[in-house]
Ligand binder design. Structure first.
Ligand code: IPD
Length: 275
């Protein structure tokens, strides 16, 4: 069977993703009201993981594998499971963990489904914003909120000089020195910059037109897998530098017109290196 073209399969993956992401988002939001426990650190002392990151990932894995036991799994908090049918789920239980810790609303549960390595479904549930972003390959990107379902479209055309660009910073001093240099080179040439603290939500903001563009060095597949599809299904471009695809080196998202201009400034300033 050609999994990529099975409409019924896409329907099923979409429903599983929405249902799991929403249940996980409720668990995380409810849990936060009872207090946040920092369970450990990763790349530096400020790169934290909470008990809730682990509980939410466990819930996502349970719900998805209960519905689809033959699928594979990759999760930020360690979920790793080789499937047998070409479908793999990429999970970030809480993207924006520092925001979650501090009570800043910009955090979300990110759930992506791939078939043979190609993203086909992306869901980002942001419970404190009351918004769920959903994309299905070939079927567009939509935001679900209390007012209904809204089709998403990136801003295009936009000139670099007037653009609102989201970005983010890594957790090590070496990385941040390099990122500060790129920020100081870019800032004079854009309308303004934003650092909201959740890669997946920043990308959904590009899809919706709340941002014109976003770039960041050092984000992982689980941070952007779901939201990348939201961007491209909303007419945006999602990539890396010099024709390379998105990677931990750098991701860039923007409308087609802005992408090239932003790309060139980032390239000229070595935004994909720590040098
Ligand atoms: C982080 C967020 C943040 C970005 C960091 C990511 P996490 O993800 O997406 O915006 O700047 O690079 O690590 O750790 O909260 O899932």
């Amino acid at each position: 069977m050609d999994l990529e073209y099975s409409s019924l399969l896409l329907d099923e993956l979409r429903e599983v993703a929405i249902s799991a992401a929403r249940e996980a988002a409720v668990l995380a939001a409810d849990g936060r009201r009872e207090g946040v426990v920092v369970a450990g650190t990763k790349s530096s002392a400020t790169d934290i993981v909470t008990e809730m990151d682990r509980r939410v990932e466990a819930l996502l894995v349970d719900r998805i594998l209960t519905a689809r036991p033959d699928d594979g799994m990759l999760g930020e908090e360690g979920a790793s499971h080789v499937g047998s049918n070409g479908v793999r789920w990429v999970l970030d239980p809480i993207d924006g963990t520092v925001n979650y810790l501090y009570g800043i609303p910009s955090w979300g549960v990110s759930v992506a489904a791939e078939i043979d390595g190609v993203g086909v479904v992306g869901v980002v549930a942001a419970p404190m914003l009351g918004e769920t972003f959903v994309a299905v390959r070939g079927r567009g990107a939509h935001k679900h909120d209390q007012w209904g379902v809204h089709e998403l479209r990136v801003n295009d055309p936009v000139e670099l000089t007037g653009s609102l660009v989201g970005t983010g910073y890594g957790y090590t001093q070496e990385r941040r020195i390099a990122q500060a240099r790129v920020t100081s080179a870019l800032l004079p040439y854009v309308g303004d910059l934003r650092r909201l603290g959740s890669c997946s939500i920043d990308l959904c903001y590009v899809a919706e037109g709340r941002f014109d563009a976003y770039y960041e060095r050092g984000v992982h597949l689980w941070d952007y897998a779901a939201a990348a599809l939201v961007v491209t299904e909303a007419g945006g471009v999602f990539g890396g530098l010099n024709g390379r695809g998105p990677s931990e080196d750098l991701v860039i998202a923007a409308g087609p017109n802005l992408y090239r201009g932003l790309h060139d400034v980032l390239r000229d300033n070595g935004a994909d290196t720590d040098g």
